[in-house]
Design a protein around this ligand. Structure first.
Ligand code: CA
Length: 249
């Protein structure tokens, strides 16, 4: 029995598992590995305001994890009462990417490299799972986090039909890593991603890296929430040990 046991037991009961034996970590990118949400929300807000669609910058934190096409379609329905055409989705998302790339380069999240190295040293597989299709960030993964994600261990918006909060991205990641839900942990920073991870059946860890309140992450299905990435990185060895040693009948 330690600090983490009650969280693990609550997860096991809710999902009707007897134990979690982590063999792979399925890891979100924006807001988890990169401090990129400030730029994303700024680019979205500029794009939609210019397009004549009323919105606030803050609301884009809540859409984090959706594919770009899904965010565009959601706002079209809310404000224009119709779906966006495929051409509109493509044109607007391209423009959003250009606006994003005009902003100062995003930095790796403090603590993320330590967290990833701990997962690797513990022998866990790693799969990148992102709703993004933005090459400018995805292509930096190898430079910023060398040796962590094999080229075929990445799920992006191009590999899925349904983005987060649908469980498909994480289910496909489990297939890539050849693991079951109870052999998986998900690492996320936003409610839609957490919902997707939990619906896929994984022990889903929320990490606070921006303005999203802890309660939102718990409501979305987080098994446990850490207050920062450095705090999570420090606790990770102990959490992994607790997962391996906690079992219910
Ligand atoms: Ca995210």
């Amino acid at each position: 029995m330690n600090l983490f046991t009650p969280y693990i037991v609550r997860f096991l009961e809710r999902h009707h598992f007897s134990r979690v034996t982590p063999r792979a970590a399925l890891i979100d990118m924006d807001g988890t590995l990169y401090d990129s949400m400030t730029n994303h929300t700024a680019a979205w807000h500029r794009l939609m305001t210019e397009t004549g669609i009323p919105c606030t910058r803050e609301e884009f934190y809540l859409y984090e994890g959706r594919t770009g096409a899904s965010t565009i379609n959601y706002l079209f329905n809310r404000e224009l009462h119709r779906d966006a055409t495929d051409e509109e989705k493509e044109t607007l998302y391209h423009k959003k990417t250009l606006y994003f790339n005009e902003l100062p380069p995003v930095k790796p999240m403090p603590g993320a490299l330590e967290m990833l190295n701990t997962l690797r040293d513990a022998g866990l597989g790693r799969v990148l799972v992102t709703g993004s299709g933005q090459n400018s960030v995805i292509s930096r993964i190898d430079r910023d986090f060398p040796g962590i994600f094999a080229p075929d261990m990445r799920i992006t918006s191009r590999n899925v039909t349904h983005g987060k909060p649908h469980p498909e991205p994480f289910i496909r990641a489990m297939q890539l890593a050849r693991v079951t839900p109870s052999q998986s942990i998900v690492i996320e920073n936003a409610p839609l991603g957490i919902e997707a991870g939990d619906r896929a059946g994984a022990f889903t860890i929320g990490v606070t890296t921006g303005p999203i309140p802890v309660e939102e992450m718990e409501r979305a299905g987080a098994a446990i929430v850490f207050p920062s990435m450095p705090a999570f990185a420090e606790a990770l060895p102990s959490l992994l040990l607790s997962l391996l040693t906690t079992q219910i009948d």
